[in-house]
Design a protein around this ligand. Sequence first.
Ligand SMILES: Nc1ncnc2c1ncn2[C@@H]1O[C@H](COP(=O)(O)OP(=O)(O)O)[C@@H](O)[C@H]1O
Ligand SMILES: [Mg+2]
Length: 283
Amino acid sequence: MDMVQTEKLIFEYEKRDEEGNVIGTSRAIDEVDIDVQEGQFIAILGHNGSGKSTLAKHINAILVPTQGTMWVNGRNTKDPEELWNVRQSAGMVFQNPDNQIIGTVVEEDVGFGPENLGVPTDEIWQRVEDSLRSVGMIEYRHHSPNKLSGGQKQRVAIAGVVAMEPKCIVLDEPTAMLDPVGRREVLKTVQKLREQKKVTVILITHYMEEVVDADKIYVMDHGHVVMEGTPREIFSRVDELKSYRLDVPQATLLADELRKRGLKIPGGILKKEELVEALCQLN
Ligand SMILES: Nc1ncnc2c1ncn2[C@@H]1O[C@H](COP(=O)(O)OP(=O)(O)O)[C@@H](O)[C@H]1O
Ligand SMILES: [Mg+2]
């Protein structure tokens, strides 16, 4: 089943002068077609300003298309009557955990989402407990979020989204402000959610290492989807990725260099272990 689908999605921001009059528009998304099936893990890559966040904000109707269509869980996000259903289907996690945490106690913060959805009190507590467990933060339930590390805060933010039981979670550079430990914590959490809750995950990032397990990758540039495929397909096109100012996983890069020097190494190597294996096969 289609979870998120767009057809020739166009979005233009309005430019305004100092008095607030519209003096023009700038196109941030230009005829984008994407198709995400229920349960998939999708990654969106792209340099700064390529339109990733603008696209993400369409998935829970923070923005609606200027032209074209976005469906979430089969519902057209432009239809005001569907707004509630769209927001319930897709939860968002943003870059800065400090902007997403509003409660003074962890469990209270996680409970806000389901409370706003009108979930009965008993069930709220059950959901809070389950979701804090699933992100590995249950022992912090009575703590103040202020004292947590960045990675822990981000996991609380994720728990808050999980507690609303969305079918799809969109994470917009959730690890960008974290140290390597925090990044690993958050990625492990996302992976666990995919396995245990079977939620659809759309991960926006510019860390290539985070996307090697994705079912499909979209690469964006200047508001367009310029590449689409499995990690193996995408990362075998090293020169093209570089032309969009994207990094390539280190193992992929090294494999590519070795191949250019004449070693018979297959394309699309993603992990260190695969490179080692390929090198051992040579002789
Ligand atoms: N609120 C806004 N008003 C006007 N232009 C914006 C706004 N937000 C983003 N843009 C512009 O839209 C384009 C895409 O931005 P964005 O979606 O944030 O890209 P990304 O998330 O890939 O960095 C950029 O050119 C950016 O400057
Ligand atoms: Mg962004």
